[in-house]
Design a protein around this ligand. Structure first.
Ligand code: SF4
Length: 229
């Protein structure tokens, strides 16, 4: 899989998000004022032979919009990567920069929108625009057997992707709920969807998502896809 096709690196399909990502990259957070921000669409990251796809929301303003790698350099990644490491899915428990040596096994991380949105909220048109990059990732992951949606927007993005491929599903029949497994077996080509709260600082700081909850969910995901081969 080509994680960063030139068309993605140069994508400007969403004027609002392009303006936002570039403004953040130009103005920077004081802590990172000496760093060069990525400030572009963030590509998927992980193991091209992955059987588990982690589907997030969008880049963090001073996380992956700064570093250029999913969940790298912010509080969400500081919670997610240690859990992936404990589960045996990551080579190290920290993610600071694209050249930190981190590798994933059996997991690919992707997102519903590739550019940081104001207020962490891409609008509907932006999610529709960005679906092609989600398609790009899934098309390049022939072994995927499970999608783990990190939050409700990711959950809906996956259902919308299936609908765009012809699945006639009704969203209210597939409500987001942490730990819910949606089998989706009646839709040709669909792999099951497992819901998980997003590891945002807001969720982890309030205890809505704890390390134990995430460990248990990843353990379940591994059980669902079976032993690594
Ligand atoms: Fe392009 Fe997606 Fe960024 Fe929109 S959010 S500009 S579609 S990469």
């Amino acid at each position: 899989m080509e994680a960063l096709p030139p068309e993605l690196a140069n994508c400007r399909a969403c004027p609002r998000l392009v303006e936002h990502r570039e403004t953040i990259a130009r103005e920077k957070r004081r802590t990172y004022r000496n760093e060069s921000y990525w400030g572009r669409p963030v590509p998927g990251f992980g193991d091209p032979a992955a059987r588990i796809a982690l589907l997030g929301l969008a880049p963090g303003a001073h996380g992956s919009n700064r570093t250029g790698r999913m969940f790298t350099g912010d509080a969400s990644g500081d919670f997610l990567y240690p859990a992936l490491y404990r589960a045996g899915l990551a080579s190290r428990p920290t993610a600071q920069a694209v050249d930190d040596g981190l590798t994933l096994r059996d997991v690919w991380i992707t997102s519903s929108a590739r550019c940081v949105p104001p207020g962490n909220r891409p609008n509907r048109d932006e999610l529709i625009n960005c679906r092609k990059w989600l398609e790009h990732d899934f098309d390049g992951l022939p072994r995927v057997r499970l999608v783990v949606a990190l939050g409700g927007i990711a959950h809906n993005s996956y259902l919308d992707l299936l609908r765009s491929r012809g699945a006639s599903l009704v969203k209210r029949d597939y409500t987001f709920s942490h730990g819910a497994l949606h089998q989706l077996e009646s839709f040709s080509g669909a792999v099951p969807l497992l819901d998980c709260y997003h590891p945002s600082f807001q969720n982890t700081n309030t205890g809505r998502l704890t390390a134990q909850m995430l460990d248990e969910l990843l353990s379940r995901a591994i059980g669902l896809v079976g032993p690594w081969r």
